[in-house]
Design a protein around this ligand. Structure first.
Ligand code: HEM
Length: 542
């Protein structure tokens, strides 16, 4: 296959970069259909996940992409996905992704080896409990007030005329402030200011993205680390973040207070001065984690929980700003349930349409759009829905992409998959592929979950993955998005200030816009005047 064109999308370069002499003879059995790829199909402005969709429609739910010496198996079938993520989950690790993230996240949950992962997952998961979420929801409200104040100030400057704002940037700032407070009670204050630590976080995120788009691990070569300017900048950024995290960890250990410990044990968060995950891990788990392990855990959650949630809000706004009927129904629900108040968990429970809207946004714009795996031992992938009944043998070391984008837009699984329609999660419909009926959202099947999930949809909808490696921050992120979206929509009317084509799409770790989410923001007619009570309280001490 001859390469041509300017490959803009990073992951496509990952597929096509031969310079590392990487050879994979045993990537899949002969029975896996081979997509007839031309490098030129990956060239140009289109993100990789869109090219993978075309081949899915032509070649089916399991196909092999071969580019010279490299091959990837692309999976877009819910039964096969369930096999990889759940039924045979421990036969797979994160492959290329772990190699990219290890220098940044160390032995955090995403890149960790299996032994470390088992211990840390058991330690971290209990930190996400009901009282923690209650405390977090008030904090989400107080941080969103900062974004509201910022938009209000811009509107005041313009004398009340609508202002054009890049809401992607605003959601990234909001997401950073929230994750800093939720994970280690550190106030980045990024909505209102700039600081060396904020710059360092964005620098590291950018470098992580660059690495995922430039797959020659040059950053592991000591000499290059010392002389390549971007590597020197990366090392400097990491030093700033590490110093901040080390300071927070040392402080948390030194200020371990019996009062807090007792309140934490009783799960009485009204008495807890610092409800962050770090405090919980230090106070409840005593000395069982080294400072280095805690640093890796915090760093992983900082990166995993920041851009992802911001991207959900960005694309939810993009969709709602173009759907006046959805917006009207949302406003009816928000006004009648929360009115002026800062929303709490009971309000979230009482707003099913808002929850369905965020789920619909995650269906159409999954973050990340592709999950990456590498097989540790040979395996046979199941036939799936309409695949080869013999299944698909794959060798040890096979690289796989699970295309969440394809799964969530599969014409075999969804009616009008490219239409933004939150109502679909209220409907029960017949799924021709499954040959029976399934609800887009079955709370009982989803173990009473508030939001549609992989269990309710039997792996047709996997916004947070599934099985053992499922996201641990799913509730945190969904509550955050629900509170922020409700508070912003009731105050402002958002309309796109550019065409969807001008806004564009690009892949990084999440789906970005190509040119910013440029939105015209106006005060909503008849917006509640209040909703400010939360702003009076300090943000950091919840
Ligand atoms: C894993 C999505 C927010 C922490 C994952 C995975 C997905 C995901 C799809 C599975 C990756 C895989 O199987 O390869 C999202 C989305 C979010 C979000 C869409 C926002 C809407 C968060 C937040 C946190 C977090 C807020 C932390 C507070 C993690 C961690 C893992 C993970 C630690 C690795 C879990 C493990 O391997 O055991 N996330 N995430 N995520 N997420 Fe999230």
């Amino acid at each position: 296959v001859k390469g041509k064109g300017n490959l803009k999308d990073g992951l496509s370069r990952l597929l096509t970069d031969f310079s590392q002499g990487y050879f994979q003879p045993d990537v899949g059995g002969k029975t896996i259909p081979v997509a007839e790829g031309e490098l030129s199909d990956l060239a140009g402005d289109e993100p990789l996940f869109k090219a993978l969709y075309k081949w899915f429609i032509e070649s089916g739910g399991v196909y092999k992409l071969v580019f010279g010496p490299k091959a990837f198996v692309v999976v877009s079938d819910p039964v096969v996905v369930r096999h990889i993520l759940k039924e045979n989950a421990f036969n797979y690790d994160k492959g290329v992704l772990a190699e990219i993230l290890e220098p940044i996240m160390g032995k955090g949950l995403i890149p960790a080896d299996l032994d470390t992962w088992r211990v840390r997952r058991r330690a971290v998961v209990p930190a996400f409990h009901k009282q923690y979420y209650d405390a977090m929801c008030s904090m989400f409200g107080r941080c969103t007030e900062r974004t509201i104040d910022k938009l209000e100030a811009l509107l005041q400057q313009s004398g009340g005329s609508p202002v054009t704002v890049n809401m992607e940037t605003e959601f990234l700032n909001l997401g950073l402030d929230i994750i800093g407070l939720g994970v280690f009670n550190y106030d980045f204050g990024s909505i209102t200011s700039e600081s060396p630590v904020i710059k360092a976080v964005y620098g590291v995120l950018k470098e992580a993205e660059h690495r995922s788009t430039f797959y020659i691990p040059y950053w592991n070569v000591p000499l290059l680390r010392a002389i390549v300017p971007r590597q020197r900048a990366f090392a400097a950024d990491m030093a700033v973040i590490d110093a901040t995290l080390d300071g927070l960890i040392t402080n948390a250990k030194e200020t371990r207070s019996e009062d807090d410990f007792e309140a934490l044990q009783a799960r009485d968060y009204s008495q807890v001065k610092d409800p962050s995950l770090l405090r919980f891990l230090v106070d409840m788990r005593g000395e069982d984690a080294t400072n280095k392990q805690l640093r890796d855990d915090l760093m992983t959650m900082l990166i995993a929980g920041h851009e992802t949630t911001a991207a959900v809000l960005t694309w939810a706004l993009f969709s709602v700003a173009q759907s006046p009927e959805v917006e009207a129904r949302l406003l009816g629900e928000i006004d009648s349930v929360v009115g002026d108040r800062a929303p709490g968990i009971d309000d979230i429970k009482a707003m099913p349409y808002l929850r369905a809207t965020l789920a619909e946004s995650l269906r159409m714009y999954p973050q990340p759009p592709l999950l990456i795996r590498r097989s540790l031992e040979p395996d046979t992938l199941p036939a799936g829905l309409g695949g080869d009944p013999k299944g698909y043998p794959i060798g040890k070391g096979a690289d796989l992409f699970i295309s969440v984008w394809n799964l969530h837009r599969s014409p075999h699984l969804w009616k009008d998959p490219d239409t933004f329609r939150p109502e679909r999660f209220e409907e029960v419909f017949t799924n021709p592929a499954y040959g029976d009926t399934w609800a887009g959202y079955q709370p009982e099947a989803g173990r009473g979950a508030l939001y549609p999930n992989e269990v309710a949809s039997d792996f047709a909808f996997i916004p947070f993955g599934g099985g053992a490696r499922k996201c641990i921050g799913d509730q945190f992120a969904l509550f955050e998005a629900t509170v922020a979206f409700a508070m912003l929509l009731r105050r402002f009317t958002f309309r796109l200030a550019a065409t969807p084509q001008e806004i564009g799409m690009a892949t990084g770790a999440t789906i970005h816009t190509a040119n910013g989410m440029m939105v015209s923001v106006a005060r909503r007619q008849g917006a509640p005047a209040g909703a400010r009570e939360a702003a009076e309280r300090p943000v950091a001490a919840v």
